[in-house]
Design a protein around this ligand. Sequence first.
Ligand SMILES: [Zn+2]
Length: 456
Amino acid sequence: MTTIKLYNTKTRKKEVFTPLKADDVRMYVCGPTVYDRAHIGNARPVIAFDVLYRLLQHVYGKDHVTYARNFTDVDDKINARAAETGRSIREITDETIGWYLEDMGALGNLEPDHAPRATEYIPEMITMIEGLIDAGHAYAAEGHVLFAVESYKNYGSLSGRSVDDMIAGARVEVAPYKRNPMDFVLWKPSDAATPGWESPWGYGRPGWHIECSAMSDALFGKRFDIHGGGLDLAFPHHENEKAQSCACGSEDDFAQVWMHNEMLQVEGKKMSKSLGNFFSVRELIDQGYPGEVIRFVYLSTHYRKPMDWTDKKAKEAEATLRKWYAQAAQAVDNAKPNQTVLDALADDLNTAGALAEMHQLSHADDVASLRWGLSVLGLLNGEIPDWASDRDPLLGTLEAKMTVLRSKAMETKDFAEVDALKSALTEAGVSVRMSKEGVSLEPAVGFDASKLEGLV
Ligand SMILES: [Zn+2]
């Protein structure tokens, strides 16, 4: 069996992965708060853990891996969106969950086995909070319930911070009902206009962190294998989740391996609305980038390294995929697992290494291994995608037209018509290559077939 090594945030080491039960590998990944379209940074953990899910399925068997990813459907941002738009919370969260699944599906991600919604686990959260109070790890004050960080000796061990560092670094809300400024909310009161549930502490709603502790406990029990999410969740979210769950009977065990992906930039700059480089996944798809191309760009950087989204990378990815798909099309029924690609992935999800190996496979025209590599990376889910297999017949007509214009221009030395057609083609998202062998036109990023008609 292939040995998988994973970098564990908890131990700060790359370790051999040994599941608690080889026939029941369990992975929990923190999912989105659902009030808006997922931005391209949100897609990074989804893609990284989707590759891990596929790898685990390959190594342990499809039926022996369970993947859970939650939806946070109770949150002040959702309440604010409802107040702003006059729409109901349920309408907003249902619509956003639909968008999310559609957009993540377009990027080639499999749906997890469980997609629990926080609001469906309120009784479990209340029970867990009661247990924490009984065990002396939490206290009720002024309609709130708070986790007492001093009651849990390993607080800070996941993110490697001391309590003093955490206070200095975090925007800690100082409130009169808190015994320690680091104590965090398990339950808070709701007014009549805010969603809430009856509880032993009055009408209210849960804090964010308790959700994942209650849902992972309900689905997986006290101990499971992998807990994942973006690096921005390591503190405070995961630190708090770990504290709650460990204080609730998981001791210091809970998740065996904690994995965090690094963040994403756009063209070398931090993504921000003010810089105008803040895109949703849907906007990127609408700009003409196929989902597989977007996914390829993500996979070309190791998940623990900062990733830069650039248009140049997308263009290169598209050209590579077109070539690989054409080769893979010759191996419809005989995809063959390739140990070198597998070894790269098993080495802490080295997707960039796996792609490098696939370039070699393409070079050697090993189409069966290439096809398998595409599928294990989620770049080929069934058929070759239409965008890569369909070639608009007008491109052939335009190639012929361009060839004639070019040979005329060679004689007259007047290239005006050639240049005009070339720029119109570029404008229509066509890559134009002219060499001694002739003219070649290929659809590129932003290809718009409707613009070709007027050029013939
Ligand atoms: Zn979580």
